[in-house]
Design a protein around this ligand. Structure first.
Ligand code: NI
Length: 167
């Protein structure tokens, strides 16, 4: 396994739409293992393949404190969603940036596992946020896209300032 480099905003590759996975092979297994290692090391609770510059519909997540409940979704698709919640989100592609985002409270997602076997997962609260956030990455959408233009501009300026100070 190896830790992968995470693309950071404003890298234009974060805007790439991922292609569906059609081959469930050793390379996919390897990618998922590397993504989990990268996510845990960061540390983060979710990571989309887009963020490690692999443009395939794969995401990993783990909201547990012990890092022992990895969730791997290949070709995920939202079947149902309802309710709303506002949750403070961060993103490994935006170091140090956090913002309140409104999303569905509950989602039902269909996906395939690492062997291509279809399954469904229902989530609510923080896990539902995480899944929606990571699925956005797979279509080239970023959490700051959910903010008002004014809020986004303000936050990105602040992030840029912090980056310059630490450089
Ligand atoms: Ni993210």
């Amino acid at each position: 396994m190896a830790k992968l480099d995470i693309l950071e905003f404003p890298d234009p590759r974060l805007r790439t739409k991922a292609e569906p996975v059609t081959v469930f092979d050793g390379a996919l297994r390897h990618l998922v293992a590397d993504m989990l290692e990268t996510m845990y090391a960061a540390p983060g609770v979710g990571l989309a393949a887009t963020q490690v510059n692999v443009h395939r519909q794969v995401l990993v997540a783990d909201m547990s404190d012990e890092h022992d409940q990895p969730l791997v979704l290949v070709n995920p698709c939202i079947l149902e969603s309802d309710g709303t919640q506002v949750f403070q989100e961060g993103c490994l592609s935006f170091p140090g940036l956090f913002a309140d985002v409104e999303r569905a409270m509950r989602v039902k997602v269909s996906a395939q596992d690492i062997d291509g076997k279809p399954f469904e997962v229902e989530a609510e609260g923080p896990l539902a946020v995480c899944m929606q956030h990571e699925m956005d990455h797979l279509i080239g959408k970023l959490f700051v896209d959910h903010l008002s233009t004014l809020k986004r501009t303000m936050l990105l300026k602040r992030m840029e300032k912090k980056r310059r100070q630490s450089a």
